[in-house]
Ligand binder design. Sequence first.
Ligand SMILES: Cc1cc2nc3c(=O)[nH]c(=O)nc-3n(C[C@H](O)[C@H](O)[C@H](O)COP(=O)(O)OP(=O)(O)OC[C@H]3O[C@@H](n4cnc5c(N)ncnc54)[C@H](O)[C@@H]3O)c2cc1C
Length: 407
Amino acid sequence: MDFNDSPEEAAYREKARAWLAENAAAHRAKWGEPKANTPEHMAAAKDWQATKASAGYACITWPAAIGGGGGTPIQSVIFGQEETKAGVGYGYFTIGLGMCVPTVMAFADGETKKRFVGPAVRGEEIWCQLFSEPAGGSDVAALRTRAVRDGDDWVINGQKVWTTGAHYCDYGILLVRTDPDVPKHKGLTMFWVDMKDPAVECRPIHQMSGGREFNEVYFTDLRVKDSQRLGEVGQGWQVALVTLMNERLAVGGSAGPNYREVMKLARDLSGVTGPAVKDQAFREKLADWYVQSEGLKFTRFRTMTALSRGQTPGPESSIGKIISANQLQELANTAVEMEDQYGILSDPEVAPAEAAFQQSLMWAPGLRIAGGTDEILKNIIAERVLGLPGDVRVDKDVAFKDMPTGR
Ligand SMILES: Cc1cc2nc3c(=O)[nH]c(=O)nc-3n(C[C@H](O)[C@H](O)[C@H](O)COP(=O)(O)OP(=O)(O)OC[C@H]3O[C@@H](n4cnc5c(N)ncnc54)[C@H](O)[C@@H]3O)c2cc1C
């Protein structure tokens, strides 16, 4: 493990920091701090993405010829760290640029790539991932949305769920069943689709946090051209694996308060027996969070070292999300309890710590599910890191149409 930047990495960090200092300030002066999920917030996000793209800081690892930065994975990590410190950055592009467009780049023809990659890098068009369904989440290969061939078209009917950003996205990658007569993984095909087509209907899901970031998406006789296919007919699972591999890297960390911030709150809040930070039970929890955070920090150093040496991080990086998402939920829960009757306030204007803990308490369960639930990630670690026997898979060789549905 190597904890320090190499001389080249240190020089890159310095350059990125200087660029961010200048451009983040200019961005803030132009846009102020628009409220999340408003048209102004989206406009500011698109503007920031375009600014980064023009300087080679958007999609740093992609070739410059297609709009990327022509850089290395470690440079991308360094820029991400500095961008977070600079307090700019928007989530709208994470799924599109982290998962969907790389899939398009891997499987689409030259003309399609030329049409879509540049606008996505510059933030002009946003993409969503249409995989999960009511009957296919962790087991996404159990999905039921059907595509039936009709001449040069495919006709698609069915429903997706939990699609992040579908309501503002321009395009999506859609995994569908094209052959129910073969086992579930073998009858899938991937397409790219136009989210503004009238045959696509997005219905927002209202979250307990008050947000509406996810959607149910319905397809009613949606017609797509065969040229919108990504990969071969029946090879959709292999295409999806490329997306999912990228997803594990993109949904890595947890934005939100850490143990230091709970400690600060515990110093500020006083119960009948004095400041909460003196409470023995609280101190034990704090010690656990500290140990976990240090372990996570060194695990991330290991990932950084692999990237710095030009290697690809392995399945062991799955542990990062399990630890950070669970810790976020637990420390937010403790903080809200500590806030006593003020804990029920979720308005940042009046709640303690600008409601950071209330927001995190409502967001953390989602983080524990997105990009692979705790249990699925533990299965990955058990099977692929520790070499334990595989999960029981009884339907591997059964034709999809013969799988019991419970009806
Ligand atoms: C914040 C957020 C954003 C999301 N964005 C998107 C998106 O943009 N596009 C998209 O397609 N999907 C998205 N999803 C959906 C997400 O991929 C699924 O919710 C996830 O894969 C789990 O599927 P499920 O909800 O159907 O739960 P299920 O798969 O039904 O799981 C239910 C429970 O059973 C457990 N379980 C399931 N299988 C096993 C097993 N083999 N072993 C042990 N336990 C098991 C799970 O861990 C879980 O506790 C998003 C979800 C969230 C929370």
